[in-house]
Design a protein around this ligand. Structure first.
Ligand SMILES: *[C@@H]1O[C@H](CO)[C@@H](O)[C@H](O)[C@H]1NC(C)=O
Length: 138
Protein backbone atom coordinates (compact mmCIF):
# COMPACT_ATOMS: atom_id res chain seq x y z
CA UNK A 1 0.00 0.00 0.00
CA UNK A 2 1.28 3.44 -0.85
CA UNK A 3 0.13 6.20 1.45
CA UNK A 4 0.31 9.83 0.42
CA UNK A 5 -0.95 12.55 2.71
CA UNK A 6 -0.91 16.32 2.32
CA UNK A 7 0.30 18.05 5.42
CA UNK A 8 -1.26 21.32 6.58
CA UNK A 9 0.71 23.66 8.81
CA UNK A 10 -0.69 25.57 11.72
CA UNK A 11 0.76 29.05 12.00
CA UNK A 12 0.08 32.30 13.72
CA UNK A 13 -0.70 35.26 11.52
CA UNK A 14 -3.19 37.88 10.54
CA UNK A 15 -5.33 35.33 8.68
CA UNK A 16 -5.95 33.11 11.71
CA UNK A 17 -4.38 29.88 12.85
CA UNK A 18 -5.23 27.61 9.95
CA UNK A 19 -3.72 28.14 6.56
CA UNK A 20 -5.67 27.60 3.36
CA UNK A 21 -8.15 24.86 4.28
CA UNK A 22 -9.52 23.35 1.08
CA UNK A 23 -13.05 24.45 0.15
CA UNK A 24 -13.27 22.04 -2.74
CA UNK A 25 -11.55 18.71 -3.35
CA UNK A 26 -11.73 17.56 -6.97
CA UNK A 27 -12.42 13.91 -6.12
CA UNK A 28 -15.42 11.60 -6.13
CA UNK A 29 -16.82 10.71 -2.67
CA UNK A 30 -15.84 7.06 -3.32
CA UNK A 31 -12.21 8.19 -3.58
CA UNK A 32 -12.30 9.92 -0.19
CA UNK A 33 -11.20 8.48 3.14
CA UNK A 34 -11.67 10.02 6.56
CA UNK A 35 -8.85 9.82 9.08
CA UNK A 36 -9.89 7.89 12.16
CA UNK A 37 -9.13 10.21 15.11
CA UNK A 38 -7.91 7.15 17.00
CA UNK A 39 -4.56 7.51 15.18
CA UNK A 40 -4.17 11.11 16.40
CA UNK A 41 -4.92 10.02 19.96
CA UNK A 42 -2.55 7.05 19.81
CA UNK A 43 0.26 9.14 18.30
CA UNK A 44 -0.17 11.95 20.85
CA UNK A 45 -0.59 10.04 24.09
CA UNK A 46 0.62 6.42 23.69
CA UNK A 47 3.52 7.06 21.30
CA UNK A 48 4.90 10.58 21.75
CA UNK A 49 3.71 10.96 25.35
CA UNK A 50 2.19 14.42 25.04
CA UNK A 51 0.26 15.82 28.03
CA UNK A 52 -3.47 15.07 28.24
CA UNK A 53 -4.32 18.64 29.35
CA UNK A 54 -7.62 17.42 30.84
CA UNK A 55 -8.76 16.24 27.43
CA UNK A 56 -8.23 19.60 25.72
CA UNK A 57 -6.40 19.39 22.41
CA UNK A 58 -4.35 22.49 21.67
CA UNK A 59 -1.36 23.82 23.50
CA UNK A 60 1.59 21.50 22.88
CA UNK A 61 -0.39 18.26 22.57
CA UNK A 62 -1.33 17.93 18.90
CA UNK A 63 0.94 15.58 16.95
CA UNK A 64 2.07 16.67 13.48
CA UNK A 65 0.14 14.99 10.69
CA UNK A 66 3.42 13.39 9.59
CA UNK A 67 3.65 11.45 12.86
CA UNK A 68 -0.07 10.64 12.67
CA UNK A 69 0.58 9.27 9.15
CA UNK A 70 3.44 7.11 10.46
CA UNK A 71 1.19 5.85 13.27
CA UNK A 72 -1.48 4.89 10.75
CA UNK A 73 1.09 3.31 8.42
CA UNK A 74 2.46 1.17 11.27
CA UNK A 75 -1.05 -0.30 11.63
CA UNK A 76 -1.57 -0.94 7.93
CA UNK A 77 1.80 -1.56 6.28
CA UNK A 78 4.40 -4.32 6.56
CA UNK A 79 7.22 -1.83 6.08
CA UNK A 80 7.25 1.91 6.66
CA UNK A 81 9.79 4.20 4.99
CA UNK A 82 9.60 7.98 5.18
CA UNK A 83 11.23 10.75 3.16
CA UNK A 84 11.58 14.45 3.84
CA UNK A 85 10.98 14.20 7.58
CA UNK A 86 12.76 16.33 10.18
CA UNK A 87 13.11 20.04 10.76
CA UNK A 88 16.61 21.20 9.88
CA UNK A 89 17.22 24.41 11.81
CA UNK A 90 20.56 24.83 10.04
CA UNK A 91 18.53 25.87 7.01
CA UNK A 92 15.87 28.17 8.55
CA UNK A 93 14.98 29.66 5.15
CA UNK A 94 14.46 26.32 3.41
CA UNK A 95 10.82 25.43 2.66
CA UNK A 96 9.06 23.70 5.57
CA UNK A 97 6.98 21.58 3.21
CA UNK A 98 7.53 20.75 -0.44
CA UNK A 99 4.15 22.18 -1.50
CA UNK A 100 4.25 25.71 -0.06
CA UNK A 101 6.53 28.66 0.70
CA UNK A 102 6.39 28.68 4.52
CA UNK A 103 9.94 28.54 5.87
CA UNK A 104 11.56 25.97 8.17
CA UNK A 105 11.92 28.49 11.01
CA UNK A 106 8.10 28.82 11.22
CA UNK A 107 7.83 25.48 13.01
CA UNK A 108 9.51 27.05 16.05
CA UNK A 109 6.46 29.31 16.38
CA UNK A 110 4.10 26.36 16.59
CA UNK A 111 2.22 26.31 19.89
CA UNK A 112 0.31 23.14 19.07
CA UNK A 113 3.14 20.72 18.26
CA UNK A 114 5.99 19.61 20.47
CA UNK A 115 8.68 19.09 17.88
CA UNK A 116 11.41 18.01 20.31
CA UNK A 117 9.27 15.29 21.91
CA UNK A 118 8.16 14.12 18.49
CA UNK A 119 11.74 13.98 17.26
CA UNK A 120 12.67 11.82 20.27
CA UNK A 121 9.88 9.40 19.38
CA UNK A 122 10.74 9.27 15.66
CA UNK A 123 14.45 8.73 16.44
CA UNK A 124 13.50 5.72 18.61
CA UNK A 125 11.54 4.25 15.69
CA UNK A 126 14.49 4.72 13.33
CA UNK A 127 17.05 3.37 15.84
CA UNK A 128 14.92 0.26 16.44
CA UNK A 129 14.54 -0.25 12.66
CA UNK A 130 10.77 0.04 12.94
CA UNK A 131 10.76 2.70 10.23
CA UNK A 132 13.35 3.62 7.60
CA UNK A 133 14.32 7.27 7.20
CA UNK A 134 15.18 7.46 3.51
CA UNK A 135 16.46 11.06 3.64
CA UNK A 136 18.16 10.97 7.08
CA UNK A 137 16.34 14.03 8.39
CA UNK A 138 15.09 12.41 11.60
C1 LIG B 1 7.66 19.75 25.02
O1 LIG B 1 7.77 18.75 26.00
C2 LIG B 1 8.78 19.02 26.96
C3 LIG B 1 8.90 17.79 27.86
O2 LIG B 1 7.66 17.36 28.31
C4 LIG B 1 8.41 20.29 27.72
O3 LIG B 1 9.40 20.59 28.66
C5 LIG B 1 8.27 21.44 26.74
O4 LIG B 1 7.82 22.60 27.40
C6 LIG B 1 7.27 21.07 25.64
N1 LIG B 1 7.27 22.09 24.60
C7 LIG B 1 6.14 22.58 24.07
C8 LIG B 1 6.34 23.56 22.95
O5 LIG B 1 5.03 22.25 24.44
Amino acid sequence: MFLSISLPIIQRGTEGFWKSVAHYVPREPTEMRILNPYFIQEAAFQFIGLPLNNGLMGKGNIPTLGTVAITMALHNCDEVAVAGFGYDMNTPHAPLHYYETVKMSAIKESWTHNISKEKEFLRKLVKANIITDMTNGI
